[in-house]
Ligand binder design. Sequence first.
Ligand code: NAD
Ligand code: 6OD
Length: 496
Amino acid sequence: MNKAVTNVETASPCLANFIDGRFVTVGGKSFENRNPATGELINLVSEADAVAVDDAVRAARRALKGPWGRMSEQERSAILRKVADGIMKRFDEFLKAEVLDTGKPASLASHIDIPRGAANFNIFADQVLTLSTETFRMATPDGAGALNYAIRVPRGVIGVVCPWNLPLLLMTWKVAPALACGNTVVVKPSEETPTTAALLGEVMNEAGVPPGVYNVVHGFGPNSAGEFLTRHPGVDGVTFTGETATGTAIMKAAADGVRPVSLELGGKNAAVVFADCNLDKAIEGTMRSVFANCGQVCLGTERVYVERPIFDVFVERLKATAAGLKMGDPFDKATTMGPLISQEHRKKVLSYYDKAKAEGATLVLGGGVPDLSGSYAKGSFVQPTIWTGLKETSPVIREEIFGPCCHIQPFDSEDEAVTLANDSPYGLATSIWTENLTRAHRVAAQIDVGITWVNSWFLRDLRTPFGGSKQSGIGREGGVHSMEFYTELRNVCIKL
Ligand code: NAD
Ligand code: 6OD
């Protein structure tokens, strides 16, 4: 069978592009995929040039007009369930690929990334079967009237550009609804984490997804596969998750041809911890929201505001718990925090650790690089880090760091907490910790973000609207909101 990884017998196996149902290496150009936990080479990756991206878009266009476009929603839904089953059948392969590419603990990926990759197909296989549209009867001067009804049609070929932090989860979060609605896709996974997107090509073939419906092109952003894809005139819409600056570039590219975009972008999320919270729950939740996935979650907390009466005890308890995080072999059950994605990202995160020091922050925990032995000494690890005492104008508090770190600031009133939480160009997510539900409702309504959790974090019901306010994005995905983006609504008016 045609497989994602070719040349397995040689010293440098190569991960292929997936175009029109076949794995292809193109043009002889490749780049390295390294394991961030050790720095070791995993494989080479075939880089798609402009011709290969064009091939993928053309294949997607043909598939749109072919069997996929003619299938009923019930048939498509049944195939997508097979894709979900296919991921679960090959769980261990997906898990190994995701852990090698990202360095995240297998305990985390087996609990979140892989099951959610499968769940995304099941939820949208359900969702597409319950889609409804509106109808209106209208009066006409001749008394016979007219009937209006709306129909939903697929948008067409969708370009899907993905980040590296939750590769399979975030890619399938877009691919599943796009396919459920009858679109075809060309996916550009992150250059840092290309493997699970390619592996999914094998599952698509096994599940009977027709060739050309799901395509994967590997490469980078500017002047590479990402830009070739988002600028391609054969792409009818672009859905993107990643940095705000990249989203801005993609939105400009999509303006040519007036193509719609859905953008899930960066964040600088606040947690607001009131003195009346359940402190055990607040510490447990804040530990996850700050340090899970080594702080590389767009919804993660980098600013913590704590009501003054519990400030000292909160800082001490978060410090004591974070000091217990274990770094090292991602496949070891004892490991609770992996590395950052790359040496380059580590440089960025450490530059903020340096800035915090230079600006006179009080270092509560960490602030540097851990002393790991063996092959993990070459990994992109950083210490979990907590600061207090910075001014709110500091870049450490205003800019997204995307690392395992947070700054904790005291507040004295509810109004002050809301003002502090809202003082950001971003508006993705927040967590409010209080046992007073009246307060929770009141504060939740005042924080300018797309997603608010009360006494929890990253608790996901996939039917709910997901997306950011301000510079954290445009549009909402999830449940019916994904269907809105991946279909075009047309009105039919019938004169009776
Ligand atoms: P990134 O923006 O650097 O890259 C994302 C993807 O865009 C990659 O595949 C990259 O190759 C591609 N790309 C880069 N420049 C491009 C261009 N000019 N044209 C087309 N494609 C281009 O993001 P990242 O570093 O991979 O991910 C981390 C960022 O993603 C963080 O800012 C994080 O907050 C954000 N993120 C947001 C969400 C959300 O739901 N809001 C979810 C996950 C990550
Ligand atoms: O849970 C999701 O659907 C989602 N899009 C999560 C995003 C996490 C960001 O890193």
